[in-house]
Design a protein. Sequence first.
Length: 140
Amino acid sequence: MALPKGDAAELALCFDNEKHGRGEGVLHYRAFSQSVRVSRAILLLVYCWLAAAVTIPIPILHLIAVPGFFIGGIILFVQQLRSKTHVESALGQCPVHMAEVDIPLEHHMWPPVWVHCPECNASLHLVADVSHQELEDKIG
């Protein structure tokens, strides 16, 4: 059973470069409601504790895996309950070489953030109109 994905959402972005100006773009992210966060957290806890139970009969692996999965499940549970958004990528026009680029981002990389263009390796400053805290307050 896969984890619930949440609602896909977009946010207007600016791709800034000090020498070449500004390009427009969009940030793709997922927003998690309270019920989705709870279901994701419970599923991750169950998966980790199931993995711990499976490794109980394996003598050497048992000493590290069982406590690791047990504690890891609790940590993932708390992280999922707190996670309201999950950043996926930024899509927009690079102001340096004037082409459309899709920049994969890590889940916690909320603008403003500095990245490099995957095509021309130019330094880009991704800036959103709304701060992360304002967006999380709207989501709930």
